[in-house]
Ligand binder design. Structure first.
Ligand SMILES: Cc1cc2nc3c(=O)[nH]c(=O)nc-3n(C[C@H](O)[C@H](O)[C@H](O)COP(=O)(O)OP(=O)(O)OC[C@H]3O[C@@H](n4cnc5c(N)ncnc54)[C@H](O)[C@@H]3O)c2cc1C
Length: 572
């Protein structure tokens, strides 16, 4: 069957919209996606963002460049852009950010019905390519209808005459108007039906847990200029928001995100728990940002990371190689995000109080002087968020911020030990970072040469601070479990005080998962949080920011709804 770009013409209506959302139940070799992306690029009046959510039971191992390009060489650069990120595709959702962040492909791997039930958005256009077994399923049509808004255009390829009649009946029952005039009388197979979602009943507001419609794009204040705040600011600015980022420090990344170097590596667990799945999604998103914004070899490197499983009780530690593991200098990324158009940074600006006045949020300093006004506020100031929320509850008891539903957050001190590699350095340093009991990250370019970093100690902030010497010792002991020969070779350096340190405090939640989402139970909540990134800010910051921005824009979510629930701020 001959197809046009997404079968949308003549009804392409993305012109001038903030976002256009397509749901395609069959990615196959990606032709439908590439056609759509190309048509979108060619349209000067295209929407600001294009979201394409595509399903597959088994993604192609590699994108078949030759097959796709034979007839359309113009697709080459698009296919190559996606192909460079095409790896580690297990069942579940995978988000690819393309075209300078304006095109987002969410590849969902699994069974159609399950994947439909994990969506949290209403599509503008749906393409359902129904295999025989599915075409007879009323459940699939019901699940598809749940992903439609009034007016969503649906095209269906029904494989045979029986399927056409089943599909027609189910579509009409679920609120679709058939637009193909001869729809009910097809006698050749396969055939295409075109329908539009237009139920005769009122749609329930609660049919999705997401915001029913996008928040109008406007102004936003973000408190905190670390990984959390800067990634939220960048995600919102890309969608057209005017964002002011306020931090009490003079420069960005003055808190935990000032970490000289950190590892981006997925969490691994025998049962592949939510933390593991979420961290995998987060790592993919973070690496895309690093690749597009940072200088490889200087600010980050896709070095791979060796993980030593020291807790499994095996006599010999089991090693796991993460080919996608990387090291990143977080402060570089924070600065790159904050330099994007639409973002204003205000340093030396401590926010002490929030209040609502004349339909806007106001952020005040300790003297009650107004620092900034905005339609929405995101608290991305780590453990400092709780202080602001407690003050708000005291000042405005009527405001529905139920702090008991937020996971408790507490500070965890951490210290890295580090030194320059010098001429006398032993040859025992591994060629890549090693993670497990703490982490050893060698050969990082710094002022004056290359350095190694060994971290990190872990101590609750409410205990008296341990002396630096004891933290160095703790780091050295971790190194001894990770790399015994290297620990022996560096023992003298640790003992003689030649090793330097960097320390700060992580903000950790009780369940070790970040808290992201609205803090008010309102249809258009104005107060949001993105905090509690714990020891995994590099793995979680982009995922949290994309999730928050997706909720504001009524866009497809980067992960399954059931997984995203684990990150919800008011999760208790
Ligand atoms: C020793 C150590 C090693 C680590 N190693 C890794 C690693 O290898 N990989 C990894 O992924 N993560 C690692 N982390 C964790 C990572 O650094 C954090 O998860 C991440 O930086 C948290 O980012 P954030 O933006 O939430 O917090 P922060 O970076 O702490 O930012 C919060 C900001 O809010 C500002 N602020 C607070 N209150 C106010 C207020 N009232 N008004 C205005 N501004 C305010 C602060 O000045 C600060 O800049 C490590 C952390 C430490 C301490």
């Amino acid at each position: 069957m001959q197809r046009t770009a997404l079968d949308q013409s003549p009804e392409i209506t993305w012109q001038g919209l903030p976002c256009w959302r397509v749901l395609d139940t069959q990615f196959a070799q990606g032709q439908g996606f590439f056609d759509c992306w190309q048509a979108w690029r060619a349209d000067p009046l295209r929407s600001r963002l294009l979201h394409y959510v595509a399903f597959t039971t088994a993604p192609p191992a590699t994108l078949a460049l030759s097959g796709l390009l034979g007839s359309q060489p113009a697709l080459a650069s698009l296919v190559q852009e996606l192909a460079s990120q095409w790896h580690a595709l297990r069942p579940g959702f995978h988000r690819f950010v393309l075209n300078q962040g304006q095109v987002m492909l969410t590849l969902c791997i699994g069974d159609t019905l399950n994947l439909l039930r994990q969506q949290q958005f209403a599509a503008d256009a749906v393409r359902w390519r129904a295999p025989e077994a599915e075409a007879a399923s009323l459940w699939i049509v019901k699940a598809l209808a749940r992903c439609c808004r009034r007016g969503t255009r649906l095209t269906v390829d029904a494989p045979n005459a029986q399927a056409q009649s089943d599909v027609t009946r189910h579509l009409m029952q679920c609120g679709f108007d058939l637009q193909t005039p001869e729809a009910a009388t097809f006698d050749t197979a396969p055939a295409r039906l075109v329908a539009s979602f237009n139920p005769r009943w009122t749609l329930k507001k609660t049919r999705q847990t997401t915001l029913a419609s996008a928040l109008p794009v406007g102004s936003c204040a973000v408190v905190g200029a670390g990984l959390a705040g800067a990634s939220v600011a960048a995600a919102l600015a890309r969608r057209g928001w005017q964002v002011t980022v306020l931090d009490r420090a003079e420069a960005p990344a003055a808190g935990a995100s000032g970490l000289p170097v950190g590892l981006v590596v997925p969490h691994v667990s025998a049962d592949d728990c939510a933390l593991s799945q979420l961290s995998r999604s987060g790592v993919r998103l973070m690496l895309q940002q690093a690749r597009s914004l940072l200088l490889a070899g200087q600010d980050w490197a896709p070095s791979g990371v060796l993980e030593r499983d020291l807790d499994s009780g095996h006599l010999h530690p089991q090693d796991l190689w993460h080919p996608q593991g990387a090291w990143i200098k977080p402060a570089q990324l924070v600065r790159a995000w904050l330099s994007q158009a639409g973002i204003t940074f205000m340093g030396q600006t401590e926010v002490s109080q929030l209040r609502r006045r004349d339909g806007l949020w106001e952020l005040l300093d300790e003297h009650g002087q107004r620092l900034c006004r905005a339609e929405r506020v995101v608290l991305a100031n780590a453990c400092g968020a709780e202080t602001l929320l407690q003050r708000l509850r005291r000042d405005e008891p009527g405001r529905a911020v139920d702090l008991a539903r937020l996971p408790a957050m507490h500070g965890m001190r951490g210290m890295l030990s580090w030194a320059l590699h010098d001429g006398k350095d032993p040859g025992e340093f591994p060629p890549y970072p090693v993670n497990g009991s703490g982490s050893m990250v060698p050969r990082i370019p710094v002022a004056g040469g290359a350095a190694w970093f060994m971290g990190s100690s872990y101590q609750a902030e409410d205990q008296p601070e341990r002396p630096d010497h004891d933290n160095h010792l703790a780091n050295w002991q971790h190194l001894r479990s990770l790399q015994p020969a290297l620990a022996d070779a560096l023992q003298h350096k640790f003992e003689s005080g030649e090793v330097k340190h960097w320390k700060n405090t992580r903000c950790v939640t009780t369940d070790r998962l970040p808290a992201v989402g609205p803090l008010e139970a309102s249809e258009q909540p104005g107060l949001w949080i993105c905090a509690g990134l714990g020891s995994r800010g590099l793995s979680f910051s982009v995922l949290c920011a994309e999730l928050l921005a997706a909720r504001w824009g009524a866009e497809p979510w980067p992960v399954e709804a059931s997984l995203a629930k684990a990150l919800n701020a008011l999760r208790h």
